[in-house]
Write a protein that binds this ligand. Sequence first.
Ligand SMILES: Nc1ncnc2c1ncn2[C@@H]1O[C@H](COP(=O)(O)OP(=O)(O)OP(=O)(O)O)[C@@H](O)[C@H]1O
Ligand SMILES: [Mg+2]
Length: 281
Amino acid sequence: MNSKDMPQNSTSFAPGEESQATSPRMVNADNQGRPLVVVHDIHKVYQVGQTRLHALRGISLEISPGEFVAVRGPSGSGKSTFMNIIGCLDRPTQGSYELVGRQVSQMSTRDLARVRNRLIGFVFQGFNLLSRASAKRNVELPMIYAGLTRELRERRAREALHLVGLEARMDHKPAQLSGGQQQRVAIARALVNSPSLLLADEPTGNLDSRTSIEIMAVLQALNQRGLTVVLVTHEPDIAEYTSRQIIFRDGRLVRDEPMSNPRDAQAEWASLSLQNPDEDY
Ligand SMILES: Nc1ncnc2c1ncn2[C@@H]1O[C@H](COP(=O)(O)OP(=O)(O)OP(=O)(O)O)[C@@H](O)[C@H]1O
Ligand SMILES: [Mg+2]
């Protein structure tokens, strides 16, 4: 894999180009200026046997459309618990959560699942791909569950793989792809239902530093198309590619600051690829 396969935001993502023309829905950037996420004083208490574990202790924040947020903090500080709540995988024990202007903290499990499927895309540390299925088939899976026609599934899968720069590897199975490419397939899969919010819990956790830059380049390019991205990372370096950093400690938000001059992952990835043109990442 080399830089020519990368989605270059300023080139292949330019308006009017094929990618834009064929995939207008993949990135849902339209939210009319309102905050996308508004959490107010959320708490999460897990009950394990006799023990009550207070994982979140009063988190309040807003995330606007188009932001690229890094969530950092020590192990056990509540990052994944927070992501699960804003991703509608779980509900807070206390406090309110509004997603795209809708109060979701009190929703039934079924309504929550509906909101999640419509608005959220997830990417995890392990790529969670089906090993026997091609990249395209893996990307199609959420749409099979959603009952879309074969034709629509195929078109959207192709568009999503194009967005992550992997159209040419569509028929490859996971074992025939590099780690970075596998994570791109997982990102493409997260895009097919046109989410408003992409949540990535340590998406570079299993990847070496070069490949991490590759994945950050993909996420930056998607963010530049308007997709709101929230990413959990342990790595301060990875947070430098985002535009806002939030730090959790013991279930509390202890820092929330904009990152001025985020690093440019696409440029760094392109120059790494130029230095090693024959290497297959
Ligand atoms: N399902 C659960 N049941 C009980 N306790 C849980 C559950 N999930 C998380 N916890 C606890 O809540 C606290 C916060 O966990 P969380 O997974 O959110 O941390 P984290 O910041 O994501 O950590 P890491 O960096 O290790 O992934 C921890 O003490 C954890 O043990
Ligand atoms: Mg975690």
